[in-house]
Design a protein around this ligand. Structure first.
Ligand code: B12
Length: 118
């Protein structure tokens, strides 16, 4: 989301999830909160995964929840990327189900997503 240009992590995670049996719709770079919420509605998504290495996670996730609320959508959100400890706590407090950070193995990603869906 936003101006973040780092996409290696999210592309890796998308592939890990596909190999783990999930259907993944990757929206690409530079989406706004409204674009993510609209796509989730149109695709009837069970979960939204967002990736931040730019430091914009708090602002963008707040906008995403606002946009989901406006559409009356209650879809679990998981977040990954370069996210400091304190900010991970804040994201979880805002309602993010899982925060998955650098060094996560394929099994960590799959387990986190399954927990978020459960
Ligand atoms: C490669 C890299 C780049 C490449 C990106 C190429 C690309 N196409 O992705 C380039 C050179 C373009 C780049 C640019 C910049 N970068 Co850079 N970059 C990195 C670097 C070295 C590695 C990132 C990476 O690819 N890691 C490998 C992937 C596999 O790991 P990952 O993304 O963390 O993903 C894992 C987890 O986080 C998690 N995950 C991630 N997303 C998601 C999503 C979901 C849903 C789930 C479940 C899990 C998940 O699972 C993944 C697998 O384990 C990091 C340093 C680092 N060690 O992280 C800096 C880093 C991210 N970059 C940084 C910076 C500052 C920049 C620039 C602003 C530099 C500049 N002044 O121009 C620009 C960004 C411009 C912009 N508009 O965004 C900083 C960010 C600092 C911060 N957030 O506080 C870092 C941390 C370097 C540093 N120590 O300062 N960068």
């Amino acid at each position: 989301m936003g101006l973040d240009c780092h996409d290696t992590g999210i592309i890796t995670v998308a592939q890990q999830l596909r190999e783990g049996g999930f259907e993944v719709i990757y929206l690409g770079l530079h989406n706004s909160a409204d674009q993510v919420a609209k796509a989730a509605l149109e695709e009837d998504a069970d979960l939204i995964g967002v990736s931040f290495l730019s430091g914009q996670h708090i602002t963008q996730v707040r906008k995403l929840f606002d946009s989901l609320r406006t559409r009356k959508l209650e879809i679990p959100v998981v977040c990954g990327g370069v996210i400091p400890d304190d900010d991970a706590g804040e994201l979880l407090g805002m309602g993010v189900r899982e925060v998955i950070r650098p060094g996560a193995l394929t099994e960590d990603v799959l387990a986190g997503v399954r927990r978020a869906l459960a």
